[in-house]
Ligand binder design. Structure first.
Ligand SMILES: *Cc1c(COP(=O)(O)O)cnc(C)c1O
Length: 485
């Protein structure tokens, strides 16, 4: 071991904010590390989710603390009041939303990153090189050319916003940063299944959500290409410029993947920016079984995706990669700042990550991403993604074999939507009952105007048994709620 414990120098003198008794502090710190690792190893022991008791909530309405509290007491409070009342995504039965499940490697990486306390906005230090490495790997997966760029962000909501701003920059030119958008003649296109943050990105970019055409879907829950062509033609006839096409690689409702190749061709023909929201689905390129579904993603101008979903990196870790790195930089960098950058010394190392998005201070997200990818290797991460898809197909087959359940959408990836008898209210009630029972937690969504149960399998801890439990408990709950079949 190269990182053997050094003994403290004889002249250790704690500052105002360092432990007075470092030995005692470490003992508690080591125990707390064990607490979280134990919990992840045996997460099934606790319910997926349970309601927070009023008395526990009330603990967090106290006045701001004037005096100190021992780390031991704070650790106890974490264990008693936070650990048991999480949102459930680390539990194998969590299927409600598209959330990652974290790993022990992620825990260690977060701890190390906190110790380094690096600010990755810029300057010349190794943490920045680690993020550059991660971005280069992403370029490799998606076939991005030399000159492509990228940056880690909070999540795909921010990544989609960055993409819309880059597309806006290309359509309106650099003056948009000085003059604002004013009255514009731009139009963007996506499916009704696109994530709500795409609409929000149009709003924040000052283009307005009215400029986003949300097109109907085909039978496989993908953007209907004929409807897209018609909308573009109508906008052209009205003198508008189609500047952006947003494809989804994995929709949250049904796990559908748009025909990315067809969207790329159409966008190229129209001179539009082609962006892919691949929040969870894009990492499917790491699996030889899933990758063919994503064909066309390598032609995108930009791709937004999350490491905190199918990459299982602890929250938060999203990413945007952009084909035209110069344009990406021009969208955000302040010329006054980056033209003054030093060539040597600590203030060197340009371009800086703060030139590729709105954040100046940025944490060392890259370490947990780098460590997760290095520790498991992309093949194993790809295999765990493919396993989620296999479990989804198994769940779909179980649903299809049960006369009391009806499947509501085809299964392209990892999301299975189905209904119990009894209409919207019954389906809603079944979801809540299962969530409160604490073994498996599906959610609901709306498909074709109806509430359906949704199981999104994004979790490397989910097993065949969990999928079977979902089927059995959904049937049992529906019988209680809607009466016997
Ligand atoms: C989760 C998700 C988003 C939003 O990503 P965040 O990381 O939560 O910001 C956007 N699009 C899709 C398809 C998603 O699944």
């Amino acid at each position: 071991v190269t990182f053997e414990r050094r003994s403290r120098g004889p002249d250790y003198a704690p500052t105002a904010l360092e432990p007075e008794d470092p030995g005692a502090f470490r003992a508690v710190a080591h125990r707390l590390l064990d607490v979280v690792l134990d919990d992840l190893e045996d997460r099934r022991r606790r319910p997926v989710w349970q309601p927070i008791p009023a008395a526990v909530r009330a603990l967090y309405h106290e006045p701001s603390p004037r005096g100190p509290a021992a780390i031991e007491a704070l650790g106890d409070q974490f264990v008693a009041t936070m650990l048991p009342y999480g949102s459930g995504n680390t539990h194998p039965g969590f299927m409600g939303w598209v959330n990652g499940a974290g790993t022990s490697v992620g825990v260690v990486a977060e701890m190390l990153a906190a110790g380094l306390d690096a600010n990755l906005g810029g300057r010349d230090h190794m943490a920045v090189e680690v993020e550059r490495q991660v971005i280069r790997w992403a370029h490799e997966w998606f076939g991005m050319p030399d000159g492509a760029s990228g940056v880690l962000v909070t999540g795909t909501s921010m990544a989609n916003l960055i993409a819309v701003l880059a597309a806006r920059q290309r359509a309106l030119g650099p003056d948009v940063r000085r003059d604002g958008v004013g009255v514009h003649r731009l139009a963007a296109y996506t499916g009704t299944s696109a994530h709500a943050c795409v609409t929000q990105a149009m709003e924040i970019a000052g283009l307005g959500r009215a400029a986003l055409r949300r097109l109907p879907l085909d039978g496989a829950q993908r953007v209907d290409l004929a409807a897209l062509e018609a909308a573009i033609a109508a906008d052209r006839a009205a003198g508008l410029t189609p500047f952006l096409v947003v494809g989804s690689a994995g929709t949250v409702d049904a796990g559908a993947v748009d025909d990315l190749g067809a969207l790329a061709t159409l966008a190229a023909r129209e001179g539009s920016w082609f962006h892919v929201d691949g929040a969870f689905g894009a990492l499917g390129v790491l699996s030889p079984e899933v990758a063919p579904l994503l064909a066309g993603i390598e032609r995108a101008d930009s791709i937004a995706f999350d490491f905190h979903k199918w990459g299982q990196v602890p929250y938060d870790a999203g990413c945007i990669v952009v084909r035209d790195g110069r344009l990406h930089q021009e969208t955000f960098a302040s010329p006054a700042a980056y033209l003054r950058r030093e060539v040597r010394g600590l203030a060197g190392g340009a371009p800086w990550f703060c030139d590729f998005g709105p954040d100046l201070s940025r944490g060392f997200r890259a370490l947990k991403v780098w460590m997760t990818l290095k520790h498991f290797g992309t093949e194993r991460i790809g295999a765990s993604i493919a396993e989620c898809c296999r479990l989804a197909r198994r769940l779909a087959a179980r649903v299809d074999a049960e006369p009391e359940l009806t499947r509501a959408a085809p299964v392209a990836l990892n999301v299975v939507c189905f209904r119990v008898r009894g209409g919207d209210d019954a389906n809603r009630a079944v979801a809540v009952e299962l969530q409160e029972a604490g073994q498996v937690a599906p959610s609901t969504t709306t498909l074709d105007g109806h509430i359906v149960l949704r199981a999104a399998i994004v979790n490397h801890r989910t097993t065949e048994g969990d999928v079977d439990t979902l089927v059995e408990q959904a049937i049992a709950a529906a019988r209680r709620i809607a009466g016997p079949a």
